[in-house]
Write a protein that binds this ligand. Sequence first.
Ligand code: ADP
Ligand SMILES: Nc1ccn([C@@H]2O[C@H](COP(=O)(O)O)[C@@H](O)[C@H]2O)c(=O)n1
Length: 223
Amino acid sequence: MAEKKRPIIIGVTGGSGSGKTTVSRAIFNQLIGHSIMILQQDSYYNDQSDMTMAERAAVNYDHPLAFDTDLLIKQLKQLLRYEPIEKPVYDYTLSTRSDKTIHQEPRDVIILEGILILDDERLRDLMDIKVFVDTDDDIRIIRRIERDMNERGRSLDSVIQQYLATVKPTYHQFVEPTKRYADLIVPEGGENQVAIDLLVTKIRAILEASGNKEVFDNPDTSI
Ligand SMILES: Nc1ncnc2c1ncn2[C@@H]1O[C@H](COP(=O)(O)OP(=O)(O)O)[C@@H](O)[C@H]1O
Ligand SMILES: Nc1ccn([C@@H]2O[C@H](COP(=O)(O)O)[C@@H](O)[C@H]2O)c(=O)n1
């Protein structure tokens, strides 16, 4: 009996500021016209609406327990059955989930991106390709300072304090060790065109092997 078609999941991980989002978007952009989406693990940070801002500021956001991984797995399984999901929306300035959700239709290719997606065996087991974006700590902290001050409403002091107290030690405790689960380790992130081309070629091959050569005339270009 022919195997039932199912979406493929590409996991893209690495430390904060390593270039995960850049790599994911580069893959997405090369496959526009195919049925593809990006799902960010950050959308699945725990809802903390019952906590004070002081309590939220004390949370370690780089620890596996900061995420609602059960919800992420539940929604990934829905997408794998070609069912739509109501994706949570995370607010970094308030450090909690917004009361809005985004309706997401299923797609043939799911790029799952986040710092701890390879830490949980249940998530690893759902992935077809696992990628670790490898970027030195000093480059990542410089990028993070710029990003958190410009986009996440943080002060320089708070970024440095958080980096030294939790981001850096937790990266070395939980994120960096997941490199051993990766099929591909990508130095230089979004600038590594060879790695991105290899990934896109592999994804196209998987899609063709599964009889999925669908290309849309009016592609969905939103991420
Ligand atoms: N290879 C690269 N060279 C220079 N800047 C990069 C590179 N990759 C990413 N960046 C920049 O670094 C910042 C963080 O990258 P991003 O992809 O958002 O990282 P992550 O998703 O891992 O936190 C962004 O401003 C991005 O434009
Ligand atoms: N309320 C929060 C939630 C998360 N963070 C930090 O975000 C980082 C993960 O996002 P990337 O896009 O950088 O991969 C993670 O390192 C958390 O420390 C936060 O600061 N506040």
